[in-house]
Design a protein around this ligand. Structure first.
Ligand SMILES: NC(=O)c1ccc[n+]([C@@H]2O[C@H](COP(=O)([O-])OP(=O)(O)OC[C@H]3O[C@@H](n4cnc5c(N)ncnc54)[C@H](O)[C@@H]3O)[C@@H](O)[C@H]2O)c1
Length: 256
């Protein structure tokens, strides 16, 4: 049974918000929740890809999929979008903080502005989107937040210190938010993917050779595709994981 065919009845008609849902893993998550019968909205800046995804899925799923053009570096814009989602679709029960920017940067060249912008795309919105969504989860009696970290910060990868710092911080943020929001029945967990081959990763960073090298490090000898993250995310958001919070789930084909 694939993640796309497993069914969790609790997602039917429930409101789900995914950040960075326009492409890659985020798009697979949007599709995965939409095929569960959820009312899915997503925030992204990739206009063309996001519109195409929302239109395609809206023709095929129980509820229209809604795209909100939102630059996650703009906290007021996040708050406006979250309010619109709640007004249109009802209280948000599931939030996936997925958006990120794994830009490579040379240690000696990083400026203060670069650092701040990098943290704004990779870390700051994870807190502020959760903060904006929490009131509607409380009002609905609870919810689930899933933050996307990465195994990259555990691998001594020198190519993106700012990204690695943000991804490590997301694990700490997950635990702190879980402690704060647990009494309100809001569960907060994170997923640490390994290498996931997306179109964008292929365009920017990956080659057939680098994929083969990474696969050698995995126990499982097949490169992971975005779908590999959908099942674990559905599980963490579902009632099956009702007793789980403050946890990190590694989905890397067995690297760590
Ligand atoms: N692909 C991988 O190998 C991999 C590995 C480990 C962790 N991850 C994590 O999984 C998540 C998804 O990965 P991906 O490779 O699909 O991501 P990606 O780099 O393709 O980007 C995700 C989405 O975020 C959007 N986005 C970027 N900046 C934004 C901004 N300022 N405002 C709004 N949207 C913005 C992009 O347009 C894109 O649609 C990320 O958190 C990433 O760190 C990915």
């Amino acid at each position: 049974m694939s993640a796309m065919s497993a069914q969790f009845p609790e997602f039917r008609d429930c409101t789900v918000l995914v950040s960075g849902g326009g492409s890659g893993i985020g798009a697979a998550l949007v599709e995965g929740f939409a095929r569960q019968g959820a009312k899915v909205s997503f925030l992204d800046i990739a206009e063309a890809e996001s519109r195409e995804l929302a239109e395609r899925l809206s023709r095929e799923t129980a509820h229209p999929v809604s795209f909100y053009h939102t630059d996650l570096r703009d906290i007021d814009a996040i708050r406006r979008a979250v309010n619109e989602v709640v007004e249109k679709s009802g209280p948000i029960r599931v939030l996936v903080n997925n958006a990120a920017w794994d830009d490579r940067h040379e240690f000696d060249d990083v400026t203060e502005d670069y650092w701040d912008n990098n943290q704004a795309v990779n870390l700051r919105h994870v807190f502020f989107t959760s903060q904006a969504v929490a009131p509607s989860m409380r009002a609905a009696g609870g919810g689930a937040i899933i933050n996307m970290s990465s195994i990259a910060f555990k691998l001594n990868m020198g190519v993106f210190p700012a990204y690695a710092a943000a991804k490590a911080a997301i694990v700490g943020l997950t635990k702190s938010m879980a402690g704060r929001l647990g009494p309100e029945n809001i569960r907060v967990n994170c997923i640490l993917p390994g290498m996931v081959v997306t179109e964008r990763q292929m365009k920017l960073w990956l080659t057939e050779e680098s994929i083969a090298r990474s696969v050698q490090e995995q126990c499982l000898k097949t490169p992971l595709k975005p779908d590999a993250i959908v099942g674990p995310a559905l599980f963490l958001a579902s009632d099956c994981a009702a007793g789980m919070t403050a946890q990190s789930l590694i989905v890397d084909g067995g690297v760590l």
